[in-house]
Design a protein around this ligand. Structure first.
Ligand code: FAD
Ligand code: FES
Ligand code: FES
Length: 1258
């Protein structure tokens, strides 16, 4: 029987008929080999969590997304996972130690994959530069750190780093004696690399029937493809090359026959006759290499442009396996796909060669290819023509973020000019992403021929023709037709600016030729804080205690728990209406699906059908686990499907259908709830206590902001097994007790029979506070029904669709002000969108922050709890406070614009005397940021440049923490060696709670930090502990640890007094002999508070490309009040991560809903969080000097949430740039415009309100 053979970390592996078509390399590594260091999240090559290194001769080792690779594709591969790179036994790799030491991990879930990406990069290119590193890490997402420390760590390995770190294993890559290059053994006769026997790799066709009855065939020749198609029929087949197309269009069910063509050498390589003929099986990385090599040949210089463009297609791991043919076939199958490869080939007039079993090779144009029935055909190659110097090629790809995103619009322009006078002899104008059919702007192309192109008149006529002929169709969640149409015109103009001699362009217009992406320098950053060595280890910037194991993949998360015998998997089936009554559920189709075990609905829940405890702090209502009748929002869970595998559960969940009645149109927008007493209820009001009488102007406004998905790298996950007494629950949660309590109530099991465990979570930001309990209760139901262990890993799409997010809100205000912009009185009404139900008390959280730092006595504040027909919105980093603070900052901005004053002056004029301290911080930032000079520079820049505009804006912050919470600390000392363990019942989610606990314990016990470890938390050792969140948990844990340690020290004191200056170990031995209890307890109460204000000041400079809407964050100066930090490095990390999450909220993270309430941006493909290339180019963070809260918490302050509130400054800064652009279109700066939601690329473009007539050369 044929089998696929490969190696993982040197271990020989083989697979065959025992695996199904959907088993990926990721599944194999994690589930078959039980190597859990490789993580995952999206399973669509979007997040980078799953990267491994592959050696596949003759190419150098490279990174791949293991979630994309069918394990049956791995024949002959040598795979390295994080476990092999370095570990606690053989020692950690310098990449791991450097990342850990540079504070490059927080929750640590993404860390192994960052190491693997960098490890692969260095294997591929040991001589990599710092800039190349920054540009190459687009494949990975980190939602916690804000990327700065990761880039800083990895840049140390660049050849041009100030003191480059040399890697032993990289040096091992030999220089080939024959070629003088790094030896990839490709040309060597002695094929030492051959890791499975040659026959194994190069024998004939390998074929076997997979477990799910698909035929897998691995071929080496194209003729084999045809013979298999002839034998098996071509009704249902797929040629599998990189298998990455499923990251674009997910594949639910593979076809009947799968032919692995990745090893077909005929489809690799290239030749040059007159044309450059590139075989279509080349990966995009191979294509890049070919383009670079051939671009030095005469007539092929233009290939460099293609090279530059393809560098922003997908990201390196996808390009390493994704092929040219695969890309073109996506375009063939889905004409609306904005394929960059198709666009480039069509622009340069390339042709394509295909063949089927019965025909000779046929060569055709790219457009003919789109119209050709490709059934039974193979793409052989593409042919790129030679182009002489008369041709000018320009291409664009406009993305919502720096990289790893499909084009919002892409365009290619090829002009053949007569050298003497720039008369157009031939023009090609190609667009992608406008409509499935619109490719060429043929009328404009025709018009341009014979015209002298660099004249304003010709340009304007061409633009009019182009505008008329563009066909753009809606394609949600992609941006509006209006944007794509208008920006298409802009790109045409930009293409001409780029080919025009610079001295022919009027100086103000020159900036239009520049692509912002091309000008981004190497990022730089600084972090400034004070630390007092006399207090160490408290206040010491020590490395996070778990950092190394996180970087090595040795830190365990919920899903890493090994599978249990007879384990089952589940998935939620979701409603397909938003409002109505659920009449019946039909699970018959799902139950017939092979591998499905059961489907349960609300009726199966024996107790209370709820996952939120109304009798808990901040909760007031029950929320249904499974819909029992009234449907509240689109994609509400209605049933839970149980199956043998996760893939089957996910698939079968889609087969569950339901009938509904009384279906109504949902209300989705919080703005619609204003003034509707059924939809909005007054939560609280605070009346002004005074009023100024210097009224010279009235300013009114309405601003709204919308949701944000948490984008946790570890989605909601729960593993439950029957235990001796009841249930053992392993849950990715921020709230152990909540999980225990609600399982107990829903299943009528005593709480003491349910043990809930958690070691750490892979990111949380609020989504794991209560939303995780829904899945936990559902999977507990499954366990009790079947008496089998159950694993419930919610997919990214389910998480995005079925779970609520950051609360949208709308504010309307009406302010009387004086000439200086000082508010005399203001009515400020804020509506928080709770989703379908008010439950978690977010309005309460924001109420303390409504005036931010501005004179409270004059604010008449009302807040309303609104409900809409959407998923119940939930905790998301700084819930309530972010909305209130942002809205207050927007009021200040509007006053500043409408009165033409400096917005900082307006802010300071309105500053509440109670928060005078903030003025000092502002003054510091003014000085360190060089504000005055930069203000003048930005003003001049905006005057001098028509097509690039800058903004420079402040945001101020005043934040107060919630009250106390219950934590339950146990400190235990072992008599044998004096080592100490701590448990606290709270959740380590990257905020460094464990490290802070260790530092405080070490300080009080006066022992080294490495004598102390923090252990897993569970409800056995820590009952009734409150949820972890609100930036107060760390501080409460500090208090609890302090109490427990002080108690221990009290008990030890009499023993110490009897001894002569004993060592800690001697003291403990003696104490044990004297029957001292070496375990102590520290409890914190909900009525204990350590109130303190947290201040912050942030100045953000941005630059916007007015022609495209793209932007760059040029510089950020951020000063954060962290009190006297317990660990300044960790706090810096919290500041940076929080700020970047906020930057995403204000710039690129947009949730798009259909009118039915269905979320359309539900994948990494169309929901974009910032990546490493998006962070500020120059990023200066400081912790406020000489700040202190109270002794009980060592002077520290809350840190996780406040900085996100200042990211509004990014939006405000972009707004200033847009105001400058609008001024050019005649819109006065005093005219406020409303922008609801993030300043995305498309919105920026539209808000700039550019007139086509303004597209000029001079
Ligand atoms: C995260 C991500 C980001 C991406 N970003 C971009 C982007 O910005 N721009 C862009 O243009 N693309 C982008 N892509 C698409 C990417 O380029 C393609 O997924 C890749 O090129 C497909 O190649 P493959 O070898 O993996 O195809 P596969 O998935 O293996 O196959 C895809 C299809 O091609 C067919 N096929 C394969 N080889 C042949 C052949 N020789 N002859 C005939 N049919 C064949 C198969 O039958 C199948 O139907 C992105 C993809 C991902 C996952
Ligand atoms: S899990 Fe593979 S990239 Fe997200
Ligand atoms: S540390 Fe990167 S996602 Fe948490």
């Amino acid at each position: 029987m044929d089998r696929i053979q490969f190696k993982v970390n040197g271990l020989s592996c083989s697979v065959g008929c025992e695996v199904s078509s959907d088993v990926t390399l990721l599944d194999y590594i994690r589930e078959y080999l039980k190597l859990k260091g490789t993580k995952y999240m999206c399973r669509e090559a979007g997040c980078g969590g799953c990267i491994v290194t592959v050696k596949r001769p003759p190419t150098l080792p490279y990174a791949v997304n293991s979630c994309m690779t069918p394990v049956t594709s791995c024949h002959g591969w040598e795979i390295t996972t994080i476990e092999e790179v370095g570990n606690r036994k053989k020692g950690y790799h310098p990449l791991q130690t450097t990342l850990a030491k540079t504070n490059g991990t927080q929750c640590g879930y993404c860390s192994p994959s960052w190491v693997m990406s960098m490890y692969s990069l260095l294997q591929t290119n040991p001589k990599i530069t710092m800039m190349e590193i920054e540009k190459s890490l687009a494949s990975n997402t980190c939602r916690c750190t804000g990327y700065r420390p990761i880039l800083e760590a990895f840049r140390k390995f660049a050849k041009d780093a100030p003191r480059p770190i040399e890697l032993p294993d990289i040096e091992d890559l030999q220089i080939c004696k024959k070629s003088g290059e790094v030896c990839n053994k490709s040309n060597c006769e002695e094929e030492e690399w051959c890791i499975v026997d040659k026959e194994g790799i190069f024998s004939d066709v390998i074929q076997f029937r997979l477990k799910d009855n698909r035929l897998w065939v691995r071929v080496n020749y194209v003729r084999d493809i045809f013979s298999i198609l002839l034998r098996e029929g071509d009704d249902s087949y797929m040629l599998v090359c990189g298998n990455t197309a499923k990251g674009v269009y997910p594949i639910d069910e593979y076809p009947r026959v799968l032919i692995d063509v990745s090893a077909v050498q005929e489809l690799k390589g290239y030749t040059i006759d007159q044309n450059l003929i590139v075989n279509a099986g080349n990966t995009l990385t191979e294509f890049l290499n070919i383009l670079q090599k051939v671009s030095s040949e005469e007539y092929f210089g233009y290939l460099q442009k293609l090279y530059d463009h393809i560098l922003v297609v997908a990201h390196i791991p996808v390009r390493n396996v994704g092929s040219i043919a695969g890309n073109l076939m996506i375009k063939h199958q889905h004409n609306s796909f904005s394929s960059d490869i198709f666009l480039l080939l069509e622009t340069v007039g390339a042709q394509i060669t295909i063949q089927n079993a019965f025909s000779f090779k046929r060569t055709m144009t790219m457009q003919q290819f789109l119209r050709t029935d490709m059934r039974g055909h193979v793409i052989w190659n593409i042919m790129l023509p030679p182009l002489n110097n008369n041709y000018r090629l320009v291409t664009f790809k406009i993305m919502p973020r720096s990289a790893n995103a499909h084009a919002l619009i892409n365009a290619g322009f090829l002009y053949k000019l007569r050298g003497s006078d720039n008369t157009v002899r031939q023009a090609t104008i190609v667009y992608g992403a406008l409509s499935p059919t619109f490719i060429h702007a043929a009328a404009t192309e025709r018009y341009l021929v014979g015209k002298k192109i660099f004249s304003n008149e010709v340009l304007q006529i061409a633009l009019k023709i182009l505008e008329q002929e563009l066909v753009v169709v809606e394609n949600p969640p992609d941006p509006s037709v209006d944007y794509r149409k208008k920006v298409a015109l802009g790109l045409f103009y930009k293409s001409l600016l780029q080919i025009m001699p610079e001295n022919c362009i009027g100086p103000r217009y020159r900036s239009g030729a520049i692509n912002l992406r091309d000008t981004r320098p190497l990022s730089r950053a600084s972090q400034v804080y004070d630390t007092k060595p006399q207090q160490w280890p408290v206040n010491q910037p020590i490395m996070k205690v778990e950092a190394l194991i996180q970087c090595a993949g040795e830190a365990y998360y919920t899903e890493d728990i090994p599978s249990f015998p007879y384990e089952v998997y589940c998935a939620f089936a979701l409603s397909t209406i938003a409002v109505g009554d659920l009449v019946s559920i039909d699970s018959s189709k799902a139950l017939k699906y092979p591998g499905v075990i059961a489907v349960y609905t609300a009726k199966d829940i024996p107790g209370i059908n709820s996952f939120t405890p109304p009798d808990s702090f901040l909760y007031s209502a029950n929320e249904e686990v499974l819909c029992s009748g009234p449907v509240q929002y689109y994609n509400q869970p209605i049933a839970i499907v149980v199956a043998e595998t996760r893939h089957i559960a996910d698939r079968a969940a889609k087969l569950v259908t339901a009938t509904y009645k009384n279906v109504k149109k949902p209300v989705l927008d919080v703005r619609e709830t204003q003034g509707d007493s059924r939809k909005s209820k007054l939560y609280t009001e605070v009346n002004a206590t005074e009023k100024g009488d210097d009224v010279t102007k009235n300013v009114k406004g309405m601003n709204s902001i919308y949701g944000q998905y948490h984008f946790v790298m570890e989605t909601l996950t729960c593993v439950i097994k029957p235990s001796d007494e009841g249930l053992d629950v392993y849950c990715a949660t921020q709230w152990l007790e909540g999980v225990q309590l609600m399982i107990s109530r829903a299943l009528k099991i005593d709480q003491n029979r349910i043990d809930v465990h958690n070691r750490r979570v892979g990111g949380a930001y609020g989504i794991k506070m209560s939303r995780c309990i829904q899945g936990a209760v559902a999977s507990a139901l499954v366990v009790t029904k079947l008496n089998r262990p159950c694993r419930f890993i919610q997919s990214l799409t389910t998480n995005m669709r079925a779970v609520g997010k950051r609360l949208p809100c709308v504010v309307n205000f009406d302010a009387d002000i004086n000439n200086s912009g000082v508010i005399q009185s203001i009515n400020f009404n804020l509506y928080e969108d709770n989703g379908y139900k008010t439950n978690e008390q977010f309005t309460l959280l924001g109420t303390g922050a409504y005036n931010n730092a501005y004179k409270k006595s004059r604010w008449n504040y009302k807040s309303y709890d609104s409900i809409t027909d959407t998923a119940k919105n939930t905790w998301a980093r700084a819930p309530g406070t972010l909305e209130h603070i942002a809205m207050a900052e927007l009021v200040m901005e509007q006053i500043a614009y409408e009165t033409s004053q400096d917005p900082l002056d307006v802010r300071l004029a309105n500053l509440d005397p109670e928060y005078e301290e903030l003025r000092g911080m502002v003054n510091d930032v003014l000085l360190t940021s060089d504000y005055k000079k930069r203000r003048a520079f930005v003003d001049d820049f905006n005057k001098d440049n028509r097509w690039k505009k800058r903004g420079l804006r402040f945001a101020l912050l005043r934040w107060t923490p919630l009250g106390g919470i219950n934590v339950c600390v146990n400190v235990s000392v072992y008599r044998g060696d004096g080592t100490v363990i701590i448990t606290h019942g709270s959740i380590e989610m990257g905020q460094g709670i464990n490290t802070r606990a260790v530092q405080v314990a070490a300080y009080i016990l006066k022992i080294p930090v490495d004598k102390i470890v923090v252990k897993e938390n569970n409800t056995v050792i820590a009952p009734n502990v409150s949820l972890s969140g609100g930036s107060i948990t760390s501080l409460n844990v500090v208090v609890g640890v302090r109490r427990a340690c002080e108690e221990l020290m009290r008990r030890l004191q009499p023993i110490r007094d009897q001894m002569d200056n004993p060592t800690w170990e001697q003291l403990i031995t003696k104490a044990h002999q004297d029957n001292v209890d070496l375990q102590s307890h520290g409890f914190t109460r909900t009525d204990e508070e350590y109130p303190f204000p947290v201040y912050g000041v942030t100045l953000v400079e941005t630059e916007v490309d007015v022609i495209t809407g793209e932007f760059q964050v040029v510089r950020v100066d951020l000063c954060q009040d962290a009190g006297q930090s317990i660990n300044p490095e960790i706090d810096i990390g919290q500041v940076e991560g929080s700020f970047i999450m906020g930057m995403g909220y204000w710039t690129c993270e947009r949730l798009v809903y259909a009118p039915t309430g269905e979320l359309l941006s539900d994948r990494s493909w169309d929901y974009h969080v910032p990546l490493a290339g998006d962070i500020p180019q120059d990023w200066r963070v400081c912790l406020r000097k000489n700040s202190y809260s109270s002794d009980a918490i060592f002077g520290a302050k809350s840190i996780g949430e406040p900085p996100i509130c200042m990211a509004v400054a990014v939006g405000l800064s972009i707004r200033e740039a847009l105001v400058a652009a609008r001024l050019e279109s005649g819109i006065p700066t005093t005219q406020w415009f409303q922008e609801d939601g993030p300043y995305t690329v498309d919105r920026n473009f539209l808000l700039a309100s550019t007139k086509i007539e303004d597209f000029k050369f001079k």
